[in-house]
Design a protein around this ligand. Structure first.
Ligand code: AMP
Ligand code: MG
Length: 338
């Protein structure tokens, strides 16, 4: 166990965080998506300690965060023209582009793959730490593997206190779900491997064909390989048993009535709350709000001692697809359609 420093976002604190990373340490860092657990992506030992701190399977690759997309040339073998067009429109921001890696990215970082996910974060704290450290920063979400991602410094402290050098408090994450991860299939086709706040609709403004990988909404079969290794693991789950219910409010309410119990909670839309007769929390009125709140609420439900949570399923449009993707995994693919 080590003492985990809680740093603020002053220039001297960010310099301290950058120094810890340069020296091979792990730092919890705010980004516009969720909090990341950052280390020098080119330092194998530091990267190994990320996997150890999270309990993350070694074949689940890490995203590498850079200050600008031009820096991707230092860590990749080739960059298709489409990647530059996407970067021009969406970087900095919540988009990760999978590219062939070069030898400067060790295989521990890429989970043994010949590719690397590159993201240019927009959050000023993450950007400043990248600049001050001069390192490419490998950063998965800063939660215990399998648990809901952290969207506030205190979530990182809950999961990582004593295991990492520091956490920088940069307030609540704006988007609240992880980046959209895409692979480039050819000059006019991308495949979404993980949905996020850069939506399929937005990607279509730059790229003719946008394929939504089937693993986003469906459980992979035993013999199927995941294009995105993270997709095959149980993910985002609180201690409570989550059941996703895809139904209109009246049927949802009926289902809860029939299956209610002592430590049962519902997670519903803001507009559902008036007159809702059972224990509940709300998670927003639209897809952006639901993304912003979803992980925070799952953590709160654990704090409340919930044993079962019935979640009213979000829409699958726009950012809703990202929220649905997280919830269906939190539910271990237990979805009730009524
Ligand atoms: P997290 O670090 O928790 O945000 O998870 C990052 C996710 O990005 C992983 O679970 C992978 O699914 C995906 N990812 C990262 N790098 C690659 C890659 N080289 N190829 C495919 N997927 C990747
Ligand atoms: Mg994660």
């Amino acid at each position: 166990m080590m003492e985990t420093l809680l740093l603020n976002d002053s220039e001297s604190s960010l310099a301290k965080a950058a120094q810890l990373i340069k020296n091979g340490g792990l730092v919890g860092i705010p980004t516009e998506t969720v909090y990341g657990l950052g280390a020098d992506a080119s330092n194998e030992e530091a990267v190994r300690s990320i996997f150890a701190a999270k309990g993350r399977p070694a074949d689940n690759p890490l995203i590498v965060h850079l200050a600008c997309f031009a820096d991707a040339e230092k860590y990749t073998a080739v960059i298709p023209k489409l990647a530059y067009r996407l970067a021009e429109r969406f970087c900095p921001g919540p988009l990760t582009i999978i590219l062939p890696k070069n030898e400067r990215i060790p295989y521990v970082t890429s989970g043994g793959l010949d590719t690397v996910g590159i993201r240019i974060p927009a959050h000023p704290v993450m950007r400043r730490i990248i600049e001050l450290s001069g390192c490419p920063i490998a950063a998965p979400s800063a939660n215990t593997s399998g648990y809901p991602s952290p969207t506030a410094a205190e979530h990182v402290m809950t999961d990582m206190n004593g295991r990492i050098a520091a956490v920088v408090d940069g307030g609540q994450s704006e988007f609240g779900v992880e980046s959209t991860v895409i692979a480039i299939e050819n000059e006019n086709t991308v495949r979404i491997l993980r949905p996020g706040c850069v939506t399929a609709e937005q990607l279509r403004e730059v790229c003719e064909n946008v394929i939504i990988d089937k693993a986003i909404l469906n459980e992979l079969g035993k013999n199927e390989t995941a294009a995105s290794p993270g997709m095959k693991y149980k993910h985002y789950s609180p201690n409570a048993d989550v059941v996703l219910i895809d139904a209109e409010l009246d049927r949802f309410t009926e289902y809860v009535r029939e299956n209610n119990g002592d430590k049962v909670y519902s997670l519903i839309f803001d507009g559902d709350a008036e007159g809702f007769p059972f224990r509940y929390l709300t998670y927003g009125a639209d897809d952006y709000e639901q993304a912003h709140n979803v992980f925070q609420r799952l953590r709160e439900l654990d704090e409340l001692g919930a044993e079962k949570v019935f979640v009213r399923a979000p829409s699958k449009d726009g950012v809703g697809l990202a929220v649905y993707n997280r919830l269906i995994r939190a539910a271990g693919f237990e979805v009730i359609r009524i």
